[in-house]
Ligand binder design. Structure first.
Ligand code: SAM
Length: 211
Protein backbone atom coordinates (compact mmCIF):
# COMPACT_ATOMS: atom_id res chain seq x y z
CA UNK A 1 0.00 0.00 0.00
CA UNK A 2 1.34 3.46 -0.89
CA UNK A 3 1.99 6.26 1.63
CA UNK A 4 -0.90 8.21 0.05
CA UNK A 5 -3.30 5.37 0.70
CA UNK A 6 -2.16 5.23 4.31
CA UNK A 7 -2.66 8.99 4.59
CA UNK A 8 -6.18 8.67 3.23
CA UNK A 9 -6.93 5.82 5.66
CA UNK A 10 -5.58 7.93 8.50
CA UNK A 11 -7.78 10.89 7.55
CA UNK A 12 -10.78 8.58 7.47
CA UNK A 13 -9.82 7.03 10.82
CA UNK A 14 -9.77 10.50 12.42
CA UNK A 15 -13.07 11.51 10.85
CA UNK A 16 -15.08 8.33 11.35
CA UNK A 17 -13.65 6.85 14.55
CA UNK A 18 -12.43 9.85 16.50
CA UNK A 19 -14.20 13.10 15.57
CA UNK A 20 -17.46 11.25 15.06
CA UNK A 21 -17.26 9.91 18.63
CA UNK A 22 -16.82 13.35 20.13
CA UNK A 23 -13.07 14.05 20.37
CA UNK A 24 -12.59 17.78 19.74
CA UNK A 25 -9.12 18.70 21.08
CA UNK A 26 -7.39 20.03 17.97
CA UNK A 27 -3.90 19.03 19.13
CA UNK A 28 -5.07 15.42 19.57
CA UNK A 29 -6.79 15.38 16.17
CA UNK A 30 -3.71 16.86 14.47
CA UNK A 31 -1.39 14.33 16.14
CA UNK A 32 -3.58 11.39 15.16
CA UNK A 33 -3.72 12.67 11.60
CA UNK A 34 0.05 12.95 11.48
CA UNK A 35 1.46 9.87 13.23
CA UNK A 36 1.87 6.95 10.77
CA UNK A 37 0.21 4.20 12.78
CA UNK A 38 1.12 1.60 10.12
CA UNK A 39 4.80 2.01 11.03
CA UNK A 40 4.07 0.71 14.54
CA UNK A 41 2.44 -2.62 13.64
CA UNK A 42 4.03 -5.80 12.27
CA UNK A 43 4.45 -5.75 8.44
CA UNK A 44 1.89 -8.45 7.77
CA UNK A 45 -0.96 -6.46 9.36
CA UNK A 46 -0.04 -2.99 8.08
CA UNK A 47 -3.17 -2.88 5.95
CA UNK A 48 -5.24 -3.21 9.16
CA UNK A 49 -3.39 -0.43 10.98
CA UNK A 50 -6.22 2.11 10.68
CA UNK A 51 -9.02 -0.31 11.61
CA UNK A 52 -11.31 0.49 14.51
CA UNK A 53 -9.73 -2.12 16.83
CA UNK A 54 -6.68 -3.01 18.91
CA UNK A 55 -4.09 -5.15 17.07
CA UNK A 56 -1.52 -7.68 18.15
CA UNK A 57 2.08 -6.39 18.12
CA UNK A 58 3.79 -9.61 19.26
CA UNK A 59 5.13 -10.59 22.70
CA UNK A 60 1.46 -11.16 23.69
CA UNK A 61 0.84 -7.40 23.63
CA UNK A 62 -1.43 -5.03 21.72
CA UNK A 63 -1.53 -1.57 20.16
CA UNK A 64 -4.65 0.12 21.54
CA UNK A 65 -7.70 1.00 19.42
CA UNK A 66 -7.21 4.48 17.85
CA UNK A 67 -10.27 5.92 19.60
CA UNK A 68 -8.98 4.85 23.03
CA UNK A 69 -5.60 6.46 22.29
CA UNK A 70 -7.40 9.70 21.34
CA UNK A 71 -9.79 9.52 24.32
CA UNK A 72 -7.03 9.03 26.89
CA UNK A 73 -4.84 11.72 25.31
CA UNK A 74 -7.67 14.26 25.28
CA UNK A 75 -8.59 13.45 28.89
CA UNK A 76 -5.08 14.45 30.02
CA UNK A 77 -5.56 18.06 28.76
CA UNK A 78 -2.02 18.38 27.39
CA UNK A 79 -0.06 21.23 25.82
CA UNK A 80 3.45 21.87 24.56
CA UNK A 81 4.80 22.85 27.99
CA UNK A 82 3.95 19.56 29.69
CA UNK A 83 6.13 16.68 30.79
CA UNK A 84 4.38 13.33 30.73
CA UNK A 85 5.12 9.83 32.03
CA UNK A 86 3.77 6.87 30.03
CA UNK A 87 3.67 3.38 31.52
CA UNK A 88 3.59 0.67 28.80
CA UNK A 89 5.46 1.88 25.70
CA UNK A 90 4.21 -1.16 23.76
CA UNK A 91 4.40 -0.43 20.02
CA UNK A 92 5.36 3.19 20.71
CA UNK A 93 2.30 4.54 18.86
CA UNK A 94 0.65 6.26 21.84
CA UNK A 95 4.11 7.56 22.78
CA UNK A 96 4.45 9.23 19.36
CA UNK A 97 0.98 10.80 19.61
CA UNK A 98 1.97 12.25 23.00
CA UNK A 99 5.35 13.41 21.67
CA UNK A 100 3.55 15.45 18.98
CA UNK A 101 1.72 17.40 21.68
CA UNK A 102 3.90 17.74 24.79
CA UNK A 103 7.44 18.93 25.52
CA UNK A 104 8.84 15.65 26.84
CA UNK A 105 7.60 12.06 27.10
CA UNK A 106 9.15 9.62 29.59
CA UNK A 107 8.06 6.10 28.64
CA UNK A 108 8.59 2.92 30.67
CA UNK A 109 8.17 -0.59 29.21
CA UNK A 110 8.81 -3.91 30.90
CA UNK A 111 9.51 -5.95 27.73
CA UNK A 112 12.95 -5.03 26.46
CA UNK A 113 12.30 -6.00 22.80
CA UNK A 114 9.25 -3.74 22.60
CA UNK A 115 11.07 -0.78 24.11
CA UNK A 116 14.00 -1.20 21.71
CA UNK A 117 11.73 -1.66 18.70
CA UNK A 118 9.72 1.46 19.44
CA UNK A 119 12.89 3.46 20.08
CA UNK A 120 14.10 2.49 16.57
CA UNK A 121 10.80 3.50 14.96
CA UNK A 122 10.77 6.84 16.80
CA UNK A 123 14.37 7.52 15.74
CA UNK A 124 13.47 6.77 12.12
CA UNK A 125 10.51 9.17 12.34
CA UNK A 126 12.70 11.89 13.88
CA UNK A 127 11.30 12.17 17.43
CA UNK A 128 13.78 13.74 19.83
CA UNK A 129 11.63 14.38 22.91
CA UNK A 130 11.05 10.76 24.02
CA UNK A 131 13.02 9.16 26.86
CA UNK A 132 12.97 5.39 27.43
CA UNK A 133 13.30 3.13 30.42
CA UNK A 134 13.10 -0.65 30.52
CA UNK A 135 11.62 -1.88 33.79
CA UNK A 136 8.54 -2.14 35.99
CA UNK A 137 6.48 1.00 35.45
CA UNK A 138 4.64 0.49 38.75
CA UNK A 139 7.50 2.44 40.30
CA UNK A 140 7.19 5.31 37.85
CA UNK A 141 10.39 7.17 37.00
CA UNK A 142 11.41 8.99 40.16
CA UNK A 143 14.48 10.80 38.81
CA UNK A 144 12.32 12.86 36.45
CA UNK A 145 9.27 13.36 38.71
CA UNK A 146 7.05 15.25 39.21
CA UNK A 147 5.06 14.84 35.99
CA UNK A 148 2.25 17.08 34.75
CA UNK A 149 0.43 14.00 33.49
CA UNK A 150 0.77 10.21 33.71
CA UNK A 151 -0.87 7.71 31.34
CA UNK A 152 -0.93 3.99 32.12
CA UNK A 153 -1.75 1.71 29.17
CA UNK A 154 -1.85 -1.63 31.04
CA UNK A 155 -4.27 -2.43 33.85
CA UNK A 156 -3.26 -2.72 37.53
CA UNK A 157 -5.63 -4.08 40.22
CA UNK A 158 -5.07 -0.90 42.16
CA UNK A 159 -3.26 2.26 41.13
CA UNK A 160 0.40 1.98 42.14
CA UNK A 161 1.19 4.52 44.89
CA UNK A 162 4.46 5.80 43.29
CA UNK A 163 2.46 6.97 40.27
CA UNK A 164 0.17 9.08 42.44
CA UNK A 165 3.20 10.41 44.31
CA UNK A 166 5.02 11.36 41.10
CA UNK A 167 2.23 13.67 39.92
CA UNK A 168 2.72 17.43 40.22
CA UNK A 169 0.04 19.49 41.99
CA UNK A 170 -2.77 19.83 39.45
CA UNK A 171 -1.37 16.84 37.53
CA UNK A 172 -3.63 14.18 36.01
CA UNK A 173 -3.22 10.41 36.01
CA UNK A 174 -5.28 8.26 33.63
CA UNK A 175 -5.26 4.54 34.42
CA UNK A 176 -7.41 1.49 33.60
CA UNK A 177 -8.10 -0.22 36.94
CA UNK A 178 -9.46 -3.76 37.35
CA UNK A 179 -9.12 -7.35 36.17
CA UNK A 180 -10.59 -8.63 32.86
CA UNK A 181 -12.67 -5.48 32.31
CA UNK A 182 -11.58 -2.21 33.78
CA UNK A 183 -12.76 1.30 34.59
CA UNK A 184 -10.66 4.03 33.09
CA UNK A 185 -10.00 6.26 36.08
CA UNK A 186 -8.84 9.89 36.12
CA UNK A 187 -6.99 10.92 39.27
CA UNK A 188 -6.10 14.57 39.90
CA UNK A 189 -3.62 15.61 42.56
CA UNK A 190 -4.37 18.78 44.49
CA UNK A 191 -2.89 20.42 47.57
CA UNK A 192 -5.07 18.43 49.95
CA UNK A 193 -4.90 15.02 48.30
CA UNK A 194 -6.52 13.43 45.26
CA UNK A 195 -9.85 13.50 43.45
CA UNK A 196 -10.86 10.44 41.48
CA UNK A 197 -13.43 9.96 38.70
CA UNK A 198 -14.45 6.92 36.62
CA UNK A 199 -14.59 7.74 32.91
CA UNK A 200 -15.48 4.74 30.69
CA UNK A 201 -15.17 0.95 30.67
CA UNK A 202 -12.11 -0.38 28.84
CA UNK A 203 -10.14 -3.54 28.27
CA UNK A 204 -6.35 -3.50 28.53
CA UNK A 205 -3.70 -6.18 29.07
CA UNK A 206 -2.67 -6.49 32.75
CA UNK A 207 0.08 -4.37 34.27
CA UNK A 208 2.42 -7.18 35.18
CA UNK A 209 4.24 -7.12 38.45
CA UNK A 210 7.45 -9.14 38.56
CA UNK A 211 7.66 -8.98 42.37
C1 SAM B 1 -1.77 -2.29 25.66
S1 SAM B 1 -0.02 -2.30 25.57
C2 SAM B 1 0.39 -0.62 25.30
C3 SAM B 1 -0.07 -0.09 24.02
C4 SAM B 1 0.72 1.14 23.66
N1 SAM B 1 0.26 2.28 24.38
C5 SAM B 1 0.67 1.35 22.17
O1 SAM B 1 0.26 2.41 21.69
O2 SAM B 1 1.08 0.41 21.47
C6 SAM B 1 0.50 -2.44 27.27
C7 SAM B 1 2.00 -2.43 27.45
O3 SAM B 1 2.28 -2.36 28.84
C8 SAM B 1 3.43 -3.14 29.09
N2 SAM B 1 3.49 -3.44 30.52
C9 SAM B 1 2.80 -4.37 31.22
N3 SAM B 1 3.14 -4.35 32.51
C10 SAM B 1 4.09 -3.38 32.64
C11 SAM B 1 4.84 -2.87 33.75
N4 SAM B 1 4.69 -3.35 34.98
N5 SAM B 1 5.70 -1.87 33.50
C12 SAM B 1 5.88 -1.35 32.27
N6 SAM B 1 5.20 -1.80 31.19
C13 SAM B 1 4.31 -2.80 31.38
C14 SAM B 1 3.23 -4.35 28.20
O4 SAM B 1 4.42 -5.06 28.00
C15 SAM B 1 2.67 -3.70 26.94
O5 SAM B 1 3.69 -3.37 26.05
Amino acid sequence: MSEENFEEKRRRMVGEQIKARGITDTSVLAAMEKVPRHEFVPDKIRSHAYNDEPLSIGEGQTISQPYIVAYMTEALELDDEKKILEIGTGSGYQTAVLAEIVKDVFSVEIIENLSRRSRDIHAELGYKNIHYKIGDGSYGWKEFAPFDAIIVTAAPHITPLPLREQLSIGGKLIVPVGDMFQDLVCIVKNKNGFTEKKLISVRFVPLVSPH
